[in-house]
Design a protein around this ligand. Structure first.
Ligand code: A3P
Length: 351
């Protein structure tokens, strides 16, 4: 049998400048936050352990039954993951309740946060470890630091993959073989949500203000930015039959219509009762209290700040409470500049 040929990883890695490093260091207490490089012509920010598995991710053998849920982070990934998983698994609510979403999906690039630097950052942080079961912690760190490509190699089908990597860092054959559901969200709500997420994660220990975070984000110094490049890559593929492009705002406004679109995409059908039950299951209130999806199980490892939650507000347009006039103008300009060469438009904006 012919050996599958390995494509060389086509992109270069570039160190971030000292000035960029110092901007990041100013607002994060954990050293891991500035342990990043830029990859490829668009300069996506990744953490250094990613370099070691970039080629494997790019060459990951795919199966026709694979389903990817892809997004820029904090765009409704978890919400979409639960929806997709339930549809593919014929609404098997009992398994969904019994097995956390984190075990039903492999998170493709989580290992990049848990290389040696990342683990040291965590273990040497000011987190109170008094009540943490260290054996369990080391076990979970071992799992998270293992590239998902290894874990997926022998996983049974259908395989479910979550990723925040842009499409160009995945296999160039992905849309010939697997299905990808991509979800995008108004970047101003994304940045607010990312800010809270950075505060939630005790590992990264974000200590700056929202304004400083906004600067990091729109100057493309935050994980996997530049944001618009990420979204545009998927938008450009939205007519491919193996990619479904969704907006968070659409899920929020009319969940049943989105569910129908996702069901059609996955070749599934729902009757009215099934639809009503699924909408209820995915409602913000139920989602927030659902321990299989809300990441509350990570609290036992001291990973989450007590004042924050993973499933947070679930609102469209909440950014208005965070942006002052300057930031609003900067955002308008930034969005306008980045939408000039595309017909991508966010449903929540008239920009
Ligand atoms: P907020 O921080 O604005 O509340 P991701 O899963 O990509 O990390 O996205 C997280 C965002 O989706 C958070 O946004 C979270 O509250 C929101 N979210 C999660 N489940 C939701 C649901 N069922 N309904 C509405 N929003 C939801």
């Amino acid at each position: 049998m012919e050996e599958p040929s390995i494509l060389p990883f086509p992109y270069q890695f570039k160190e971030i400048s000292d000035e960029e490093k110092s901007i990041i260091k100013r607002v994060y207490n954990a050293p891991i936050a500035s342990e990043c490089v830029r990859v490829g012509p668009k300069g996506y920010i990744v953490y250094k352990p990613y370099i070691n598995d970039a080629e494997n991710i790019y060459n990951m053998p795919l199966r026709p039954t694979d389903v990817f849920v892809a997004s820029y982070q904090r765009s409704g990934t978890t919400w979409t993951q639960e929806l997709v998983w339930l549809l593919v698994n014929d609404l098997d609510y009992s398994t969904a309740a019994a097995i956390p979403l984190t075990a039903r999906y492999q998170f493709l690039e989580i290992f990049m946060y848990f290389g040696e630097e990342g683990q040291d950052s965590y273990l040497n942080s000011s987190i109170n470890m008094a009540n943490v079961d260290m054996n369990k912690l080391f076990e979970i760190m071992k799992l998270w630091s293992t590239p998902a490509t290894q874990l997926l190699a022998n996983a049974p089908s259908p395989r479910f993959v979550k990723t925040h990597l842009p499409l160009t860092l995945l296999s160039p054959k992905i849309l010939e073989t697997a299905k990808v559901v991509y979800v995008a969200r108004d970047p101003r709500d994304v940045v607010v949500s990312c800010y809270h997420h950075a505060r939630l994660l005790t590992v990264t220990a974000y200590s700056g203000t929202f304004k400083e975070f906004w600067n990091l984000f729109h100057k493309s110094l935050f994980t996997l930015t530049p944001y618009f490049e990420h979204v545009k890559e998927a938008w450009d593929k939205r007519h491919n039959p193996n990619l479904l492009f969704l907006f968070y705002e659409e899920l929020s406004k009319d969940l049943p219509t989105v569910i129908h679109r996702v069901a059609d995409f996955l070749g599934k059908q729902l009757d009215d009762d099934q639809m009503a039950k699924l909408c209820d299951h995915l409602s913000f209130k139920n989602f927030k209290n659902n321990i299989s999806v809300n990441y509350e199980d990570l609290r036992e490892f001291g990973l989450m700040d007590e004042n924050e939650t993973f499933v947070r507000k679930g609102k469209v347009g909440g950014w208005r409470d965070y942006f002052d006039e300057d930031m609003t103008q900067q955002a308008d300009q930034w969005i306008n500049d980045n939408l000039q060469d595309t017909d991508l438009r966010f449903p929540s904006t008239n920009l």
